[in-house]
Every structure is written in structure tokens, then in C-alpha cells.
Write a protein that binds this ligand. Structure first.
Ligand code: HEC
Ligand code: HEC
Ligand code: HEC
Ligand code: HEC
Ligand code: HEC
Ligand code: HEC
Ligand code: HEC
Ligand code: HEC
Ligand code: HEC
Ligand code: HEC
Length: 293
């Protein structure tokens, strides 16, 4: 290809992307999904999740489905697959649209509660479109691009590493998803489900919520003072092992209280260094002071 043809080609592309293409697109008419499938048999979304949802919940019949998202396709269809024909590119390809344009199509229908914070979410700010996580042409649950956790781990490498550590929330095991704690469409605090870290944890660990007769102040304050959310090399997702975790705020040995302690338990501490062998109600207790049973 000589230089002249490259320049002409580039010029045509600019014209297409600009006013010329748009003027043509405005003239295009709907042709119906069956026509599309004449050439895009591999896109037969007839039975697939999203098209089905559109027709059952919004009354968008299958024949209108493709063009609801891709725009009217008569000129594209008439181009008969010839990419150099000006009509070809009048079909909307979400991959060529800006993230905001792509999401706009989706948001015309999707106004549910879960999505109300999308506008301020870190994912929107980070330049993501809906289609980074969802695919309209797949069969995954919730139209996700990949299995729930894999969708997220493609970008979040740090979390992938954390989930390999000895103690971790059972995400890779498939017993919960990132969405158990995060709303990927935005949240009040970061991307969390709850208004605070605590609220988020209490959705599944309600037994730690109290109120207790004998509270442990750091627990009331923030679970992440002692725990990591994703994974840790220490047992039970702890930030630090015992007794160092406790010695950040407390002194050892005890003062006068040690005479309440049986010799056997004291010996156990010398071997295991676990304060929680005695203080086993570390999140709060209704029964006795000292966070013990
Ligand atoms: C006459 C055959 C034909 C018909 C009818 C047809 N297409 Fe296409 N379309 C093609 C071909 C060929 C391509 C290029 C495919 C490729 O590069 O893999 C294409 C590409 C596309 C693309 C990607 C465009 C791009 O910029 O790369 C979209 C989106 C698309 N078609 C949607 C539709 C929809 C929606 C309809 C119905 C309104 C439709 N097509 C009807 C042949 C057709
Ligand atoms: C709810 C919106 C929606 C509907 C309905 C829909 N699509 Fe798509 N389509 C998309 C999005 C978004 C993409 C971008 C990638 C993805 O999600 O798979 C896409 C991608 C495509 C592509 C591939 C473009 C490329 O460059 O790879 C083709 C071809 C296509 N759609 C054709 C169709 C046909 C044919 C129908 C009807 C049977 C249809 N689509 C229905 C949203 C939709
Ligand atoms: C960062 C990834 C990501 C992005 C970006 C994203 N989603 Fe989601 N979406 C998810 C996940 C994960 C779920 C499943 C949530 C669950 O299991 O509770 C979901 C669920 C949904 C649902 C199902 C109903 C619900 O609320 O659970 C709808 C509808 C939806 N998303 C629409 C959208 C739209 C529209 C956009 C763009 C404005 C978008 N999503 C952007 C990851 C994403
Ligand atoms: C014409 C209206 C319409 C458009 C446009 C549309 N959707 Fe939907 N979508 C629906 C309906 C209706 C449902 C089923 C009911 C519901 O969950 O709201 C649905 C369901 C979903 C679900 C949930 C599936 C499940 O298993 O719970 C996701 C995710 C989703 N849409 C994402 C998108 C994305 C991303 C786009 C843009 C590429 C989009 N939708 C465009 C109407 C639409
Ligand atoms: C396409 C890449 C991509 C995918 C896929 C993705 N994210 Fe993100 N995520 C980002 C970007 C970019 C940011 C913006 C902040 C940053 O630079 O880390 C972000 C930020 C976040 C934050 C931080 C919020 C804050 O305010 O500090 C959380 C939490 C998060 N993502 C969770 C998820 C979850 C859960 C999923 C899967 C449902 C997911 N992400 C999928 C790219 C992605
Ligand atoms: C058990 C609840 C929980 C689960 C499950 C969870 N997270 Fe988080 N995540 C949190 C908490 C809590 C924070 C920290 C928020 C803070 O300190 O303000 C966080 C922070 C983040 C951040 C931002 C800070 C950072 O470390 O970069 C990203 C990104 C993130 N999570 C991604 C993910 C991904 C991806 C998954 C799924 C593989 C996931 N999370 C699963 C609770 C969870
Ligand atoms: C969506 C539900 C869910 C949420 C929300 C949740 N967890 Fe969990 N958590 C689990 C499950 C499931 C396990 C595994 C329990 C098991 O193996 O029996 C677990 C285990 C734990 C463990 C013990 C880990 C071990 O190795 O023994 C700790 C500590 C923990 N979670 C802390 C938290 C904290 C802190 C939060 C808030 C940031 C939180 N969890 C939010 C479901 C959740
Ligand atoms: C002062 C530090 C500290 C704080 C703050 C803390 N934890 Fe813990 N947590 C621990 C220790 C230590 C263990 C291990 C106890 C053991 O091995 O007997 C533990 C264990 C757990 C476990 C697993 C064992 C069980 O009892 O179910 C869960 C779940 C848990 N914590 C959730 C939470 C939640 C939710 C919060 C916030 C409300 C929180 N923790 C705040 C220190 C703390
Ligand atoms: C972030 C600081 C912090 C950490 C970490 C912490 N604590 Fe505490 N703890 C406190 C505060 C503050 C009190 C309230 C009484 C006080 O001022 O000593 C308290 C009270 C207690 C009490 C009750 C004392 C009484 O008089 O009833 C016990 C027992 C205790 N902590 C044990 C532990 C153990 C065991 C660990 C480690 C698993 C631990 N704490 C980690 C701050 C902390
Ligand atoms: C062998 C059992 C045992 C072990 C191990 C143990 N404690 Fe205690 N601790 C007690 C008893 C008993 C009391 C008196 C509580 C009461 O009044 O009921 C106490 C009291 C406390 C108090 C209240 C103030 C004080 O000094 O009297 C704190 C704080 C405390 N322990 C922290 C810790 C920390 C931190 C560790 C680990 C480094 C630890 N304990 C290990 C049995 C133990």
C-alpha cells in the first residue's frame, strides 16, 4: 500500500467517525433481529439470558432486541459485510464507543437501586463501562464476563495474591463472591455494601455485632484494626499474630490479676503465646468481665 492510499484511508475513517457516518446512521432503518442472525448466527442470543430478560420484563420482543442496543441496521445489512462500504460502520459497536456512551444505553433501562451510585463510583471514575464486567452475549449468571470472582481478579491482581494466603475468605472456593462485601456499581464508603466496614461484616457475622455488656473498644471501632478483609498469612485473617497483635495496646505480664489464673492455663500460654486461650470472648462478652467465658 502506498502512502497516498494510507492517507485516503485515514481520511475516510475520520469522515466515517465524524459527521458523515452519523448522517448515514440517522438514515438507517430497523431490519429486525432475524435479519441480523442471517449473518451473525454465532450471536444467537435468542435463548440467552439478556435477550430473554428484555422480552419477559420489558416487553421488548426478540425481533427488536439487537437494534435496541446496536441501533438501526438497514445500511449495515445492505453493506453485506463489505467493510469498505460506508454503510457498514453505521452499526453501533460498543467496543468503539466511549465508556460513557456505552453505559448510557444500558442505563436507559437499568435504574434499579443497586445502580444509583454508579455516577460517583470508583469504577466509573476509573473509566470502566458496564461491558468491562458484563457481556450481553454470554450465558454466565448475571451476564458476567467470567465467573464472578474471575471477572474482578482480571484487574485486581493484589487481591488475587491475597486470596492465596493461608487464611482467606473462601472466594476462590466459590463459597462467596466479591459482591458479598462490595457493590461494584458504587457504595457510600469505597465500594462497600454497607455504609461502613462494620455494617458490611455484620451482614454475615451478626454474632459479632453486640451490644455486649463488656465491650472490647477496638471491636466496636473497626474490624480492620485486627483483621484483613481478603487474606492473611496469620490465622483467622489477623493482621498480626498473637501475642504481638494484643501487645500493640496491652502490656504483658499482667499485674495483680494473674493469681486468678490456673497454673495449667499459664503454662499453655508459655507454649502457645495465645492471649485468646484465656480471653476467648475477644469480640465482647455478656457474661464476665475480662473477655473470658
Ligand atoms: C449481510 C450480512 C450481515 C447482516 C445482515 C448483518 N451483519 Fe453485522 N456484520 C457483518 C460482517 C461480515 C461483520 C464483520 C464481522 C467481523 O469482522 O468478524 C459485521 C459486523 C458487525 C458488528 C461489529 C461492527 C464493527 O464495527 O466491527 C456489529 C455490532 C454487527 N455486525 C451487528 C449487526 C446487527 C445488530 C445486525 C442486524 C441489524 C447485523 N449486524 C446485520 C455482516 C452482517
Ligand atoms: C443489551 C444490549 C445488546 C443486545 C440486545 C445485543 N447486543 Fe450485541 N453487543 C452488545 C455489547 C455491549 C457488545 C460488546 C461486547 C460484548 O458485550 O460481548 C456487543 C457485541 C456484538 C458484536 C461483536 C462486535 C465485535 O466487534 O466483536 C456483534 C456482531 C453483535 N453484538 C451482534 C448482535 C446481534 C446480532 C444481536 C441480536 C441477536 C445483539 N448483538 C444484541 C450489546 C447488545
Ligand atoms: C466492576 C464490574 C462491574 C461493572 C463495571 C458493572 N457491573 Fe453490573 N454487576 C457486576 C456484578 C459482579 C454483579 C453481580 C452482583 C451480585 O451478585 O450481587 C452485577 C449485577 C448487575 C445487575 C443485576 C442486578 C443487580 O443489581 O444485582 C445489573 C442489572 C447490572 N449489574 C447492570 C450494570 C450496568 C447497567 C452497568 C453499567 C452502568 C454495570 N452493571 C457495571 C459487576 C459490574
Ligand atoms: C431495553 C432495555 C434494556 C437495555 C437497553 C439493557 N437491559 Fe439489561 N436487562 C433488561 C431487563 C428487563 C432485565 C431483566 C430484569 C432486571 O434484572 O432488571 C435485564 C437484566 C440485566 C442483567 C441481570 C441479569 C441477571 O441475571 O440478573 C444485567 C447484568 C444487565 N441487564 C446488564 C445490562 C447491560 C450491561 C446493558 C448495556 C450493554 C443492558 N443491560 C441493557 C433490560 C435492558
Ligand atoms: C477492567 C478492570 C476492572 C475490573 C474488571 C474490576 N475493577 Fe475494580 N477497579 C478498577 C479501577 C480502575 C479502579 C479505580 C481505583 C484504582 O485505580 O484502583 C477500581 C477500584 C475498585 C475498588 C476500590 C474502591 C475504592 O473506592 O477504593 C474496589 C473495592 C473494586 N474495584 C472492586 C472490584 C470488584 C468487586 C470487581 C468485580 C465485580 C472489580 N473491581 C472489577 C478496575 C477494575
Ligand atoms: C469479606 C469482605 C470482602 C470481600 C469478600 C472482598 N473485599 Fe475487597 N475490601 C473489603 C474491605 C473491608 C476493604 C477495605 C476498605 C477500607 O479499608 O476502607 C476492601 C478493599 C478492597 C480494595 C481497595 C483497597 C485495596 O486493597 O486495593 C479493592 C481493590 C478490593 N477490595 C477488591 C476486592 C476484590 C476484587 C474482591 C473479590 C476477589 C474483594 N475485594 C472481596 C472487604 C472485602
Ligand atoms: C458475604 C458474607 C461475608 C461477609 C460480608 C463477611 N464474611 Fe467473614 N466469612 C464468611 C465466610 C463464608 C467465612 C468462612 C467461614 C467458614 O469457613 O466456616 C468467613 C470467615 C471469616 C473469618 C475467619 C477466617 C478464618 O481463617 O478462620 C474472619 C476473621 C472473618 N470472616 C472476618 C470478616 C470481616 C472482618 C468482615 C468484614 C470486612 C467479614 N468477615 C465479612 C463470610 C462473610
Ligand atoms: C482486637 C482485635 C480484633 C478485632 C477488632 C476484631 N477481631 Fe475478630 N478475631 C480476633 C481474634 C484474635 C480472633 C481469633 C480468635 C481465636 O482464634 O479464638 C478473631 C476471630 C474472628 C472470627 C473467626 C472466629 C469466630 O469467632 O467466628 C470472625 C468471623 C471475626 N473475628 C470477625 C470479626 C468482626 C466481624 C469484627 C468487627 C466487628 C472483628 N472480628 C473485630 C480479633 C479481633
Ligand atoms: C487497638 C488497641 C487494642 C488491641 C489491638 C487490643 N486491645 Fe484489648 N483493649 C483495648 C482497650 C482500649 C480496652 C479497654 C480497657 C483498657 O483501656 O485497657 C481493651 C480491653 C481489653 C480487655 C478487658 C480488660 C478488662 O478490664 O476487662 C482484655 C482482656 C483485652 N483487651 C484483651 C486483648 C487481647 C487478648 C487482644 C489481642 C487479641 C487485644 N486486647 C487487642 C485496646 C486494644
Ligand atoms: C492464662 C490465662 C491468661 C492469659 C494467657 C492472658 N490473660 Fe489476660 N487476664 C487473665 C485473667 C484471669 C485476668 C483478670 C480478668 C478478670 O478480672 O476477670 C486478665 C486480665 C487482663 C487484662 C485486664 C487488665 C489487667 O492487666 O489486669 C488485660 C488488658 C489482659 N488480661 C490482656 C491480656 C493479653 C494482651 C494477653 C496476651 C499477651 C493476656 N491477657 C493473656 C488471664 C489471662
Amino acid at each position: 500500500m502506498n502512502h497516498r492510499r494510507i492517507i485516503e484511508g485515514a481520511l475516510a475513517a475520520v469522515l466515517l467517525a465524524g459527521g458523515f457516518g452519523r448522517a448515514l446512521a440517522a438514515e438507517a432503518e430497523p431490519v429486525g433481529s432475524e435479519t441480523c442472525l442471517g449473518c451473525h448466527a454465532e450471536r444467537d442470543v435468542k435463548k440467552k439470558l439478556h435477550t430473554k430478560a428484555m422480552s419477559t420484563a420489558k416487553g421488548v420482543p426478540f425481533d427488536k432486541a439487537c437494534e435496541t442496543c446496536h441501533g438501526p441496521g438497514s445500511l449495515h445489512a445492505a453493506a453485506a459485510g463489505d467493510k469498505s462500504s460506508p454503510g457498514f460502520a453505521t452499526i453501533k459497536n460498543p467496543k468503539d464507543q466511549s465508556a460513557a456512551e456505552q453505559s448510557e444505553t444500558c442505563l436507559t433501562c437499568h435504574k434499579q437501586k443497586n445502580l444509583t451510585l454508579w455516577g460517583t463510583s470508583s469504577h466509573k471514575q476509573g473509566g470502566l463501562s458496564c461491558a468491562k464486567c458484563h457481556t450481553m452475549h454470554g450465558d454466565q449468571k448475571k451476564n458476567l464476563a467470567k465467573d464472578g470472582v474471575e471477572t474482578c481478579l482480571t484487574c485486581h491482581k493484589k487481591q488475587r495474591g491475597e486470596l492465596q494466603l493461608a487464611s482467606h475468605h473462601p472466594l476462590i472456593e466459590g463459597r462467596m463472591t466479591c459482591a458479598g462485601c462490595h457493590n461494584p456499581h458504587g457504595g457510600v464508603s469505597g465500594n462497600l455494601r454497607g455504609e461502613t466496614v462494620e455494617d458490611t461484616c455484620f451482614k454475615c457475622h451478626a454474632d459479632k455485632a453486640g451490644p455486649f455488656m463488656h465491650e472490647h473498644p477496638p471491636v466496636v471501632e473497626e474490624c480492620t484494626t485486627c483483621h484483613k478483609p481478603h487474606g492473611s498469612a496469620n490465622a483467622t485473617l489477623l493482621k498480626q499474630g498473637e501475642p504481638m497483635l494484643c501487645l500493640r495496646c496491652h502490656k504483658w505480664p499482667h499485674t495483680e490479676s494473674t493469681n486468678n489464673v490456673s497454673a495449667m492455663k499459664t503454662k499453655t500460654f508459655e507454649q502457645r503465646s495465645r492471649c485468646t486461650d484465656c480471653h476467648n470472648q475477644i469480640h465482647g462478652s455478656d457474661r464476665k468481665a475480662g473477655l473470658k467465658d
